[in-house]
Design a protein around this ligand. Structure first.
Ligand SMILES: NC(=O)c1ccc[n+]([C@@H]2O[C@H](COP(=O)([O-])OP(=O)(O)OC[C@H]3O[C@@H](n4cnc5c(N)ncnc54)[C@H](O)[C@@H]3O)[C@@H](O)[C@H]2O)c1
Length: 274
C-alpha cells in the first residue's frame, strides 16, 4: 500500500474542478498539496477550500512549456524536497466542435496542453522517482479517451494519446517501483464542463438542466484517485455507465481481427517491435 501521509502530491490544473477534488481527497490522507495552474488565482481559490491544517503550496505553471515546469519544480523542491505523486490533470477542451471546424491553433493548443503537458510532467519528475525507486504518476484522460464520439474529435485524439502513453509508461516504470494510473472521468462539475454544457445549450437549451444534473461532484473522483494510488490500480473509472458502449466498441474492433491480409503470413513473438 502506498502511504500518503506526509507525502507531497503535485496536481496540475489544480485550480480546476477535478484538480480541486483530487487535492481535497489527498489532503484527507494528510498529504502535502501543490496546486499548479496556469491561472494561479484559481489555484489559490482551491487551496482556500482545503481541510484545515493542510500544508499547501500554489505555483504558476503552463504545462505546455518545459521551461515553465523547470521553474515550477524549483519552487516545489525548495519547499518540499521531492514530489512523491504527480497528477498530470490540466486539460483544455474544444467543446462541441466538429473536427473540420477546429481552427489549427486550437488543435495545436489542445495537443500542447493535454498531451505534451503530460509528457513534460513526466520528463520533469519521473527521473527522480526512478532514482528513488518510489513514486506515482496519475494521468487524466477522459471517457472520450476510451469512447470517442462526434463533436469532440480533437479532444478525444488527445485523450487517447494520454491512455497510450500511460499504458506504455506503466510498463517502463514498473521495474523501478513507480506506479502509473489513468483517470477516465465522465461528466464532472468543473469550469470546463460548465462551459461545454453552455455550448450544448446554444444548440438545444432543453439539454442544459439535464447535463448539469448529471455532473458528478469532483471530490468523489479525487477519492477514487487516492484509492488507485494506494492500491496500484492502473485504470480509474468513475462513471461505469459507459461500460456497454465501450464493450460494443471493443467488439467491433475484435471483429476486424480475421485472416492476415497477406495469405499465409504469421509473426513469431520475438519478431514484434516491442
Ligand atoms: N469535467 C469533466 O466532465 C471532465 C471529463 C473528462 C475529463 N476531464 C479532464 O479532467 C481534467 C481537469 O479538467 P476539469 O474538468 O477540472 O476542468 P477545469 O477547467 O475546471 O480545470 C482545468 C484547469 O486546468 C488549468 N489549465 C488549463 N491550461 C493549463 C496549462 N497550459 N497549464 C496549467 N494549467 C492549465 C485551468 O486553468 C483549469 O484550472 C482535464 O484534463 C479534462 O480534460 C474533465
Amino acid at each position: 500500500m502506498f502511504e500518503l501521509k506526509g507525502k507531497t502530491v503535485l496536481i496540475t490544473g489544480g485550480g480546476g474542478g477535478i484538480g480541486g477534488g483530487m487535492a481535497h481527497a489527498f489532503a484527507e490522507r494528510g498529504a502535502n498539496i501543490v496546486l499548479a495552474d496556469i491561472n494561479v488565482s484559481y489555484a489559490q481559490e482551491e487551496a482556500a477550500k482545503l481541510p484545515d491544517g493542510t500544508v499547501v503550496q500554489t505555483v504558476s505553471l503552463d504545462v505546455a512549456s518545459l521551461d515553465s515546469w523547470m521553474k515550477a519544480s524549483e519552487h516545489v523542491l525548495a519547499r518540499f524536497g521531492t514530489v512523491d505523486v504527480l497528477c498530470n490533470n490540466a486539460g483544455v477542451s474544444t467543446g462541441f466542435m466538429p473536427l473540420v471546424d477546429v481552427p489549427p491553433e486550437l488543435f495545436e493548443r489542445v495537443m500542447a496542453v493535454n498531451v505534451t503537458g503530460v509528457f513534460n510532467g513526466i520528463k520533469t519528475f519521473a527521473p527522480s522517482m526512478i532514482a528513488r525507486r518510489r513514486g506515482y504518476i496519475v494521468n487524466t484522460s477522459s471517457m472520450n479517451g476510451l469512447n470517442p464520439f462526434g463533436s469532440f474529435a480533437a479532444y478525444s485524439g488527445s485523450k487517447f494519446a494520454v491512455l497510450g502513453m500511460s499504458d506504455a509508461l506503466r510498463e517502463e516504470l514498473a521495474p523501478f517501483g513507480v506506479g502509473v494510473s489513468t483517470l477516465f472521468p465522465g461528466l464532472t462539475r468543473s469550469r470546463m464542463s460548465q462551459n461545454d454544457a453552455g455550448k450544448a445549450a446554444e444548440v438545444d437549451p432543453a439539454r442544459l438542466a439535464a447535463i448539469q444534473a448529471n455532473m458528478m461532484d469532483p471530490v468523489w473522483l479525487g477519492r477514487a484517485v487516492v484509492h488507485a494510488v494506494e492500491h496500484g490500480e492502473p485504470y480509474i473509472v468513475t462513471h461505469p455507465g459507459y461500460r456497454a458502449t465501450l464493450a460494443e466498441r471493443h467488439d467491433r474492433i475484435m471483429a476486424a481481427f480475421g485472416e492476415p491480409a497477406q495469405p499465409g503470413y504469421s509473426v513469431s513473438g520475438s519478431a514484434t517491435l516491442r
